[in-house]
Write a protein that binds this ligand. Sequence first.
Ligand SMILES: NC(=O)c1ccc[n+]([C@@H]2O[C@H](COP(=O)([O-])OP(=O)(O)OC[C@H]3O[C@@H](n4cnc5c(N)ncnc54)[C@H](OP(=O)(O)O)[C@@H]3O)[C@@H](O)[C@H]2O)c1
Length: 330
Amino acid sequence: MQNRQVILSRYPDGHPRAEDFEVVSIDMPGPGTEEVLCRTRYLSLDPYMRSQIAGRHISGSIAPGDAMRGESVAEVVESNHAAFTPGQLVRGFGGWCEYFTLPGSALSPVNPGLDRPSLELSLLGMTGLTAWAGMIWQAEVKAGDRVLIPAVTGGVGSAAAQFCRLRGAEVIGTAGSEKKCAYAVEALGALACINRHEGDLAGQLDQHFPGGIDVYFDLVGGELLHLASERLALQSRVVLAGLMAEYNDAERAPGPPPGFWIRARATIYGLVVYDFEPRRREFVDTCLPLLREGKLDQREDMTDGIESAPEAFCRLMHGGNFGKVVVAFP
Ligand SMILES: NC(=O)c1ccc[n+]([C@@H]2O[C@H](COP(=O)([O-])OP(=O)(O)OC[C@H]3O[C@@H](n4cnc5c(N)ncnc54)[C@H](OP(=O)(O)O)[C@@H]3O)[C@@H](O)[C@H]2O)c1
């Protein structure tokens, strides 16, 4: 049996390109004591991987020659751990490769009854948990709140928009195309969506938030963080979670003046999803029934095969994805 893996071949210069990565053949791993051999079925691609490459992520760095890391849904092939049996679907950090071994203690069974196992990596997975932690546990979004969510059709944004809608809040999203904006309104229940590439962003925010922004879920940093901070309502909440506008830059950008936050008596949260891992069960138990009842939607931007992973990742870092980015393995 052949096993392949994606490695970083060189540091990207700004936006990553497919040539910065290489698909290489590696030995087939054998499971040791208490370990499980798994075959990747779905691989999650996420912006934090760009930060790992830049040496700025809390989970560690990736240098040229290193294997790309990431979370996947995989099928158990061989198990030396009592909790797992061949054929079972599991979730774990297997990396960008076709086969991997992990200790059984590092694997979780995939929730039963999902019509798409990849949902374990998206709405019911890390991106969904991030959205729930930010909007429900931190900002405590409630009926009547006016919420601004950038990248609203992406993994975190689309989940956040739906969670806020279910709480009775009004969501205004931003997205990178008219097609994405139409989806945000029609499928995600956003009240409106601003195409971030068209027209005057500040003016459009003024139009949609005449009374100010109650909750801003910052997934991008940059200009929008400044504009949103300038327009906060009294007692507003800002959840700082991501820096899409800055990940590809070598230098860190300065933030908005703190005076914007003081004036609004705002509460600012920093969000790291790993902190909420102990509460994942609580989140899944709430959202799995909603998903089964068709009350939640998850669009996935899915490509096929390990060879497609570098290009799919580069597209994500350019904002070309439409939905949560996942690679399916045949
Ligand atoms: N703090 C945490 O624990 C945590 C956990 C998970 C994710 N995150 C963060 O959440 C954010 C979203 O992650 P995701 O996986 O759901 O990705 P995603 O939203 O599916 O994809 C990223 C989106 O960001 C937008 N974007 C790209 N470049 C941009 C730019 N220069 N300025 C503004 N927007 C840009 C694009 O959407 P449009 O073109 O449609 O605007 C793109 O589709 C990322 O910043 C990520 O790092 C944080």
